[in-house]
Each structure stands twice: as C-alpha cells, then as structure tokens.
Design a protein around this ligand. Structure first.
Ligand SMILES: Nc1ncnc2c1ncn2[C@@H]1O[C@H](COP(=O)(O)OP(=O)(O)OP(=O)(O)O)[C@@H](O)[C@H]1O
Ligand SMILES: O=C([O-])CC(=O)C(=O)O
Ligand SMILES: [Ca+2]
Ligand SMILES: [Mn+2]
Length: 665
C-alpha cells in the first residue's frame, strides 16, 4: 500500500504499535449482512465439492474426443469406433489354440472408481466347436489395455509399478532393462518357410538363425498367454517411415511402461486423427520380455528368443527386456519390406545443411552415427535408420537412441539437452538424493542409452525427409589405429567398405562384448539385414551413381597407436573433418595415396593438425605401424573371401572393380 509520501509499506491501518497486524474482533456492519453464521478466514471462493472424492474428480477432465464426428456417423459412432479398436486389440492377443482373444477393457485397473467408457469386448473366431468346450479360467478374466498412453501417464505407471524407475534431476525417466543391457543377436530367429527360404540370406555370416513355423507358434502362444495373464498390458499403435507412400503401421504389445514409453519415443507418433483411423496394424510385436522361453522348446539355446515371422507379420520377444530389441527388430522388418519396393534401407544417420545438402552416416554401433548427425549447424533428419527411395531419404523412426557413456554437455550439447522430461534413460547411475546422473559410471553397463523423440533436438527436420544425399560417410572406429582420420573413396572403394562393414565393436551394445575387437558386419549392420548384402550394395551403388554422391571413410577410432597405446581421435577434430566434407572444401583438397589400402588422404583440413591426417606419422614405432596395417589388411581380405563369388548388380565391371578396391599386397 502506498502511503501519502509515496513510499510502499504493508497495510499500516491494521497494524498495532509493535508492527503486527491487529486481529479484528468486531465485524463491520456490511459483513454481518452477507455473512450469516459462519466465521470465514479466506476471501477465495470455496471449492464446489462436498467430499474429497468429489474434489479429486474435479482435477481431471475427460480428454476431448479427437476428431469431430462427421454427419454420416450416428450418435454412437464414437463408441463403435472404440469398440472396434478394442476388438482389434483382442484379436491381436488371441490365443491360436483356443481361438479366442481375451476380454479387454480400456484403462488402468487401479482406478476402480472409473467405469470404462466402452464395455469390455473380446474377440472370437468363427469355429465349429461349441464355445463352452474352449472355456478356461483365462477366458473369464479381463485384461486392461493401456492404449497409447501419454509420457506423463507412462511415467506414473513406471514409477508406481516398475522397480528401478526414477525421475532424474533433468526430468528424464531412469529405468533398468534387467539382466540384458544389450541386444542378443545369437537369440534372433526367423521363420524359414517356402518364401523366406528363397528370399532371405541364410547360412554363414547371416544374422538369420532359422526356426520353423510351429516353434514360432509355440513361442507366440507362450508370449500371448503371459501377456493376457497380466492385469494390464500396454499397447502402442504407431508408424514407421516418414515417407507417406511407404509408411508402415506397427502395434507393440508390452508389459512395461518402460517399453511403451521407449516405443512412443522411437516410432512415429500418430496424430489423434491418424490413431482413430488406424485400423489393423501391418506388423505386431509381442514383447513378453520378463518371461523366458522354454528351453525344452525346439531350437531354443538359452532363455532368450527374439522370433520373427514375416508371413504372419509378427515378432515375439521372450527372455530379454532390452528395449533395443524392439527398435532393431522392426528395422529388420523394414530391411525386408522396403527392398521389395526398390527402396534401400540403411543403418545410417542423416542430416541436411542449410542449402539442402544431405549426408548419410553409416557405421556400426558406437562409431558416431548419432553423435555426428546431431550437429548444431545442420538439420537432423534421423540418427540411425533411413530409407533411400526415388523420392529421396526418409527417416524410419520418430526418435533417437543415443549412447550416454561419458556424455558431456560441452561435447554433445544437443544430446545433453534432449535428456529431459519424456526421455527414457536406460541403465544409468545417479545420485540417490539429487538424482544427478553420473554418465561416467558404468556400474550397470557401458551401453547406457537415452531414447528421446526427435523433436527434442532443436534443429530436427520435421517431417524427417530430405533430398538425395550428396555425401555418403562411412564411419569406422578403428581400434588398430591404422586407418586415416578421413579418406575420399571411389565408388568401388565405397562399395568395398560398405560390404566389409569394418569397425572395432565398442563395448556393451551386443551382449557379452567387453572391449573393442575388430568386427566386420556387412552393410554396417549385418545383424539387421534380411537379404544378401550384395542386394543392398547394388542398390547403394546405383543410387550413388545416379545422384552423384561422394563416398568418404572416416575413422572415429584410434590414432597414434592401437587401442591401449594410442588414443581415440578427438571428437572436435572429427567434427572439423565432417564440416569440411559438408562444405565441399574437402573435395577441393590435395590428396596423396596410402600404401596397402590405397586410400586417398587429404594433406590439409582447416582446424585439424596436418600431421594426424596420415596415420604413418602418428605412430612412434614405424615397424609396429606397418605390421598392424598388414594385419588389418589381411583381416579385410579374409573377410571378403565369402563375397568373391557374388555379382553386385547388373554391371560385371562394377563387381570386378569392387573386388580390386580392397587392400593390395
Ligand atoms: N572422434 C569421435 N567421433 C565420434 N564419436 C566419438 C569420437 N570420440 C568419442 N566418441 C564417442 O563415441 C560414441 C559414438 O556413439 P554413437 O551414439 O554416435 O554411436 P552410433 O553409431 O549412433 O551407434 P548405435 O547404432 O549403437 O546407436 C559417443 O559416445 C561419442 O561421444
Ligand atoms: O540396437 C541397439 O541396441 C543400439 C543400436 O542402435 C545398434 O546397436 O546399432
Ligand atoms: Ca545411435
Ligand atoms: Mn544403431
């Protein structure tokens, strides 16, 4: 209150001499009139509730029905639509032997006070048995469906019901993936039937371990029975591929809020309208990861099995809760479906400059796809999975999955800032009181991860599509320290290195690997491809040629010696190298050719010490360098032997050139 001389003070008119407000004991005349009997101590309106339950019911309002109903739809259209949706979910969860789906109802079983908006439905196939013959206890119970919940709802579910779920100081949801903290490639099986026997890549080097249809059904039944036995399951209906012409509808049924939030972040999130018209999914994942497979079942070699049935368009996960299995499982499906449509699927990151120049970043796990495609000066199209079609490039996913080990705000600011409310943080260690995450702590695993929606990166390009790539960057984390930090590749060299897919696998992402070892993984992602590597290589060659893209090999690994004696190339230098590729400056540089691998290396790059550009300079022991170079060259040659009898594309010359583009000695 302002006093006469303009100074501000507290209400002095009711203050006593000691400065404390006086208690008014006498009502003024006007108060007595409006206020009959009760003595009030507040001026605000009282809440319009008689009981606490009533009060709580005021807190939440019903979500608005999504799209307005059109005139042709009757008053019950919304209810019908919801019923159809539930019927479709019950059909997804149907036991194949009992031929019925569970009774499903929407909503959280813990909220008993809430009556479901749609009555329970179940799915029943037409069959000749009398229904009573099929009745079992499981057919009498309800399964609650938590359908496309929001991140806030999933946080609450996780924190209430899943041990190991916590909110970190930046608002992310920290969680544990259980005993498995990486993928289990040796437990990934694919049904071999008449079609896939011919279509897919089988045998030595292939990731596709065969299983028969019957065994798949045994595991499917096990997963479905497990999921239906639960009080509630999470269902996500989402999309893959930002190219609208080639979008795939996926349904993920899972038992954990962690899995549902992970997929919410990683797949493309439908708008409310798209969700209403979702219909039947093109592909379904049954994630029963908490429940093991039965080792007495044919083909099972551990308690984990990730089973893909392309004919049924289904995947079953038993015995691993590592969420990356779902992400990469769907990637495998895309590696089958897209090439059938002449679209190349790629294990690559992708970004675009201000002028529309697109770069692809290929590389195995931990080589820098996410780190280097997340670039403050460029638009991020995606960090891990893309398609290259006649329309250009499109991201398959709606989110990013970044490694967090040793993450720092200074080196990777955009990723650091993306770890906020909504982000799933897997297997990190944090302070029990402040909830500050210690990214250097590898107590749970090296393979700590953050999964966030792509729009958490400020310069994400939405929709995540772009024109044809100008640069194709092959990343290798060379633990031997003999590959140059950057080399310019001819088309046959690009193909040779693409098919070889060399890196030193960084610890942790695949279960059981504890320190870097040289690895060859065709197409920089043999664990995910479905067809023979030469099929993808031929498509890549054709597209690069047609659109005039330049290939580069970038070593994000060791310099000055092998793992143990040298050190990893500074991220700041790699970023400068990548900048020079994007700007076109590196195309103009002077080049010299290396021995053995015959790689073209630049003599100068702005911001990078010239002496590191040729690894021969950085090793103090020149003999050790030469020996190591020969050793790696030998490993490349040996690895390539299995491809010697294959033809790559229609052009015989290209095949010859590719074979000649490897190390020469
Ligand atoms: N010179 C460098 N270039 C790139 N990354 C580097 C470099 N030095 C260290 N790193 C670290 O290497 C890791 C690269 O991991 P990144 O998440 O980019 O892998 P990725 O290729 O996306 O693998 P995945 O397919 O498993 O997601 C990051 O932790 C990054 O900080
Ligand atoms: O799939 C995972 O667990 C992480 C990943 O991106 C890869 O390994 O390529
Ligand atoms: Ca990544
Ligand atoms: Mn990946």
């Amino acid at each position: 209150m302002a006093t006469e001389n303009g100074e501000f003070s507290f209400n002095s008119s009711v203050r006593g001499r000691n400065g404390l407000p006086k208690i008014q004991t006498h009502k003024k005349a006007e108060d007595v009139e409006t206020d009959k009997e009760i003595c009030h101590d507040d001026s605000a309106q009282p809440v319009k509730a008689q009981t606490l339950d009533e009060l709580h019911s005021l807190q939440k309002k019903k979500s608005a029905p999504t799209t307005p109903l059109t005139a042709t739809q009757g008053p019950f259209a919304e209810e019908d639509r919801q019923k159809q949706q539930l019927q479709s979910i019950s059909a997804s969860l149907a036991s194949l032997t009992r031929e019925t789906g569970p009774k499903v109802v929407k909503g959280d079983p813990a909220r008993t006070a809430e009556t479901p908006r749609v009555s329970a439905v179940s799915h029943q196939q037409h069959h000749h048995f009398s229904p009573t013959l099929n009745i079992s206890d499981s057919a009498l119970k309800f399964t609650h469906i938590l359908y496309n919940l929001s991140p806030a709802e999933l946080y609450e579910q996780a924190i209430k019901y899943e041990k190991g779920s916590f909110i970190t100081s930046s608002g992310a949801l920290a969680t544990l993936s259980g005993a498995k903290t990486g993928r289990s490639p040796r437990d990934k099986r694919v049904v071999k039937d008449e079609t896939t026997a011919d279509d897919l890549w089988w045998g030595k080097g292939s990731p596709n371990i065969e299983m028969d249809e019957h065994t798949f059904l045994v595991n499917r039944e096990r997963a479905v029975d497990y999921l239906c036995s639960l009080e509630k399951v999470f269902v996500n209906d989402q999309f893959l591929n930002w190219d609208p012409e080639h979008r795939i509808k996926v349904r993920i049924v899972s038992a954990r809020a962690y899995h549902s939030l992970f997929m919410h972040n990683m797949c493309i999130r439908p708008t409310p309208e798209e969700l209403e018209n979702f219909g039947t999914p093109d592909f379904t994942i049954y994630n029963a990861g908490q429940f093991p497979c039965n080792r007495y079942t044919h083909y099972m070699t551990s308690s984990t099995s990730i089973d893909l049935n392309l004919a049924r368009r289904e995947m079953v996960i038993l015995g691993t809760q590592y969420a990356g299995e779902m992400k990469k499982g769907l990637f495998g499906v895309m590696h089958y479906l897209m090439p059938k449509r002449q679209i190349l699927s790629l294990h690559s990151g992708c970004n675009m400059g201000k002028d529309g120049d697109v770069a692809l970043f290929f590389g195995l796990s931990g080589t820098g796809k996410t780190t280097l495609s997340t670039d403050h000066n460029r638009y991020l199209i995606g960090d891990d999975e893309h398609c290259w079609s006649d329309n250009g490039v499109s991201n398959i996913e709606g989110g990013c999955y970044a490694k967090c080990v040793d993450l720092s705000r200074e080196k990777e600011p955009d990723i650091w800032n993306a770890i906020k409310f909504g982000t799933v943080l897997e297997n990190v260690v944090f302070d029990e009181h402040t909830r500050e995450v210690d990214y250097s702590d590898k107590s749970v695993t090296e393979n700590t991860r953050a999964a966030y929606p792509i729009e958490f990166i400020p310069n994400a390009k939405i929709p995540c599509v772009g024109p044809h790539p100008k640069n194709v960057i092959l990343l290798a984390c060379d633990a031997f320290g003999v590959l140059p930090p950057v080399s310019k590749l001819s088309l046959p060299q690009t193909m040779y290195h693409f098919i070889s897919g060399y890196t030193a696998l960084v610890a942790g992402t695949e279960d059981g690997i504890k320190e870097p070892t040289a690895t060859f993984s065709a197409c920089f992602g043999a664990a995910f491809i479905m067809l023979h590597p030469t099929k993808y290589a031929a498509m890549l060659a054709e597209k690069m040629q047609k659109h005039g893209a330049t290939g580069w090999l970038v070593n994000t690994g060791w310099s000055g010696g092998s793992y143990g004696s040298g050190s990893r190339i500074k991220l700041a230098y790699t970023r400068k190298i990548i900048d020079a590729i994007h700007s076109g400056a590196l195309l103009e540089a002077n080049y010299t050719k290396t021995e053995i691998f015959g790689l073209e290396i630049p003599t100068e790059i702005e911001g990078v010490p010239s002496e590191i550009l040729d690894p021969a300079n950085t090793w103090s022991d020149k003999n050790a360098y030469k020996d190591t170079l020969l050793k790696l060259g030998g490993l490349f040659k040996k690895n390539f032997e299995v491809f010697l009898n294959y033809k790559i594309g229609a052009d015989n010359n290209l095949t010859e050139e590719i074979l000649a583009a490897g190390p020469n000695f």
